[in-house]
Write a new protein. Sequence first.
Length: 557
Amino acid sequence: MAELSVLIGGKAGDGVKLGSNIIARLFNRLGYNVFVYEDYPSLVRGGHNFAVVRASDKHVSANSSVVDVLIALNQETVEKHAQNIKDEGLVIFDSDVVKTDMISGVGRIGVPLSKIARDNGLPLIVRNIISFGVLAKLLGVDFSVVEDSIRAAVSKKVEENINVARIGFDTIETKKKIPKLDNALKPLITGNEAVALGAVKAGLKAYVAYPMTPASSILHVLAKFQDDFGIAAIHPENEIAVATMAEGLSFAGVRSMVGTSGGGFALMSESLSFAGMAELPVVFVLSQRPGPATGVPTYTAQADLFFSLFTGQGEFPRIVLAPGDADQAFFLSGFALNLAWKFQVPVILLIDKHLSESTFSASFDENEVKVAEAVLWDKQGEFKRYSFSDDGVSPIAFPGDAEAVVKASSYEHDESGITVENPKAIVEMVSKRLKKRDSIVSFVDDGEVETVRTFGKADSDVVLVAWGSTVGVVKEVGELLGLKVVQPLFLEPFPLRKIKQAIGDAKRIICVEVNATGQLASLLQNNGIKVNNVLLKFDGRPFFIDELKSKVEGLVR
């Protein structure tokens, strides 16, 4: 397998993110699949930032803790990551400010990055571009690829950046030539960008959000391209306004979606219940980070599974989906919007920081997501917004229809939306709404909908079960150790029959999660599936391949 990993590190303000973006573009142009992991504290300036760019000849969505090349823009990067460099690896460093005497067993390439920047009248942030030129020469990459990568990523002082990249390129000799692969270029896309695009393809017309890490960039990308996409990107004053505005848009017939993290979703819980009562189709994107409360705002967790399943007062149907990479995020985002309108229920797209902000080589077909129409009123007889039906779904009409009186109510109501309090009417309407859950179960469990995915060795006696972004690392470990991997895409309704089929006669089930309590493991066991072992990580970081491989080997050897 052809593969290379590069870690670039510095403090906030050193351009680490742009540096990793350009490195990713370089590998992409050489035909590699790319995965980029971003790590940064919640500081505008200062603090340690780093990113790991992994390039491989196969699809990848995880990293190891060791890298082939370390690019150090400050001393702290060397001190924190020297132990992460592979034997005979390379470290590129700013010789004006970084000392590497303590490092042994690796190649050390010191380049006066700060001096080059100053000599060319440019700010120190361009050290990321100069070191990129150095990296390209080390790997034997033609400078034309360097130039193309910079032009694609940099919008200001492009020629000046290309010039200093050339200076860095010319300072050293090639050390190890990375082969160019004969593969087509793939789009590089973050999980949040995939969520945005999938929803647009499914007919999204309004995205409403208050910026909250790690969901914020969904708002940013949709606001930037709202004219191109023909949508409205709206930033209200708080998360309560976000949810209620989206539900008002839904009531008016506008396909709407909101995005937030745990704290914002907590404020939306009453609105979620209102969507359940009023049967308003809205998609809630919940991108998890460590909690409780503010928690660790810029890191990752999978601790909101139960929160998404059970938040909101009363009993009403909902759908919860959990993609594992950008390709799945694209499809399931669009599917979520279509399901919301098909069944007139709130749908929660449960992602996390690791998926939201990591960059993937995408291979989805944009035509696999289309707009699925809602069940509309046929204009026969009197319109009753909550009319009873065999599947619990009422034909819908929207305000402005001269032939329909359209109501939505947070109170219990009759078929026309008039408030009721008598026992018989209450039972009828509660049963009507819950009948939709039966319809959803039939649709996702008995039909052709993919609710569970499997990877690895089909007849393995050991099955690894994971959900969300953790599937990427679990899939690779499963392949390395010859184990089967099972991923539920649906978490509500829980696809019990298909999960049991996927697990089969396995003798050992190991659940892998990035939380402290094993929430998926509990969900499996509550549904009668015995979990033998639970591997958990809850320090705000994802599992790394070598780390998880060691833990799994300790259980199965």
